[in-house]
Design a protein around this ligand. Structure first.
Ligand SMILES: C[S@@+](CC[C@H](N)C(=O)[O-])C[C@H]1O[C@@H](n2cnc3c(N)ncnc32)[C@H](O)[C@@H]1O
Length: 213
C-alpha cells in the first residue's frame, strides 16, 4: 500500500496501469527522485521548507519519513547534522549511497518510524516532508495522533510538517490516498504541546505548518 501511495503522490506523472502491471512494475527510489524533481508543487513545498524552517547552525535535525533523503541531504549544509529515519530499508540504502556520492558526511540514515523514531540523542528540529499524511491514510486521525505523539516524544523545540493535507473540501476522492484536513494536523500538533507559528498553503492539497514549543 505504501508503494502505491508513493507512486500516486506524483500522480500526474503516472501512466494508468492494470493491477497486474502494477504488481510487476517496480517503483524505484530513482523513479521517486525523478518524479519529485519534476513535480512543481513538491519543489515549491521543498523550497518553502528550506527557507523557513528555523534551523540553526548547531542543530541536530531529524527528517522522519526521509525516503530517498531528498530533504535530509538538502538540510545538511544548514545544521550540525541530520538524522534520517524511515521504515523502508531499500530507500534508506539509496539515501546512504547518495550521501556518499555527494561527499556529505554529516547525515546518517537508519530504520525508525513516526511512533518509534529510534533516536537516542537530543533533537532540536523534526521535519516531516510528504510523509505524515501516510499515517492518516493508513489509520485516520487516531494513527496521525499516534504519529505526532511519537515525534513530540523527541522533545525538539520545533516540528515542521511540509506535507500533503487538505485545505478545502474533498473534491476528488481517490482510492489511493486520503489526506488529513489541515485543521486536523494543526489541532493534533497543538494537543501535543506545540504553538503554531506559521501555516503556508502551497496548493490546495499541500502545505507547511511550523510548530514550536
Ligand atoms: C512520499 S515519501 C517522502 C520522502 C521524503 N520525506 C521526501 O520529502 O521526499 C514518504 C516516506 O514516508 C515513509 N513512511 C511511511 N510511513 C512511515 C512511518 N510510519 N514511519 C516512518 N516513515 C514512514 C515511507 O516509507 C516513505 O519513504
Amino acid at each position: 500500500m505504501i508503494l502505491e501511495t508513493l507512486m500516486f503522490q506524483h500522480s500526474q506523472f503516472v501512466v494508468p496501469m492494470t493491477d497486474t502491471e502494477r504488481e510487476y512494475h517496480g517503483y524505484t527510489p530513482m523513479d521517486y527522485d525523478a518524479d519529485s524533481d519534476a513535480d512543481e508543487v513538491y519543489q515549491r513545498c521543498l523550497s518553502y521548507l528550506l527557507t523557513h524552517a528555523p534551523i540553526e547552525r548547531g542543530d541536530t535535525v531529524v527528517d522522519i519519513g526521509t525516503g530517498t533523503g531528498i530533504v535530509a541531504l538538502e538540510l545538511a549544509s544548514k545544521c550540525d547534522h541530520v538524522v534520517g529515519r524511515d521504515i523502508y530499508d531499500e530507500w534508506l540504502r539509496y539515501a546512504r549511497e547518495k550521501a556518499e556520492q555527494r561527499g556529505i558526511e554529516n547525515v546518517s540514515f537508519g530504520h525508525g518510524s513516526f511512533r518509534e523514531p529510534n533516536i537516542d540523542e537530543p533533537v532540536d528540529i523534526v521535519i516531516a516532508s510528504y510523509a505524515l499524511y501516510m499515517a492518516y491514510d493508513e489509520g485516520g486521525e487516531d494513527e496521525l495522533r499516534a504519529a505526532i505523539d511519537g515525534l513530540s516524544s523527541l522533545n525538539s523545540r520545533c516540528v515542521v510538517v511540509a506535507d500533503k493535507m487538505r485545505f478545502g473540501p474533498m473534491h476528488y476522492p481517490n482510492d489511493y490516498e486520503t489526506l488529513p484536513p489541515m485543521g486536523t494536523v494543526a489541532n493534533l500538533l497543538v494537543d501535543a504541546g506545540f504553538s503554531l507559528t506559521d501555516i503556508e498553503i502551497i496548493s490546495e492539497s499541500v502545505g507547511v505548518i511550523i510548530a514550536t514549543r
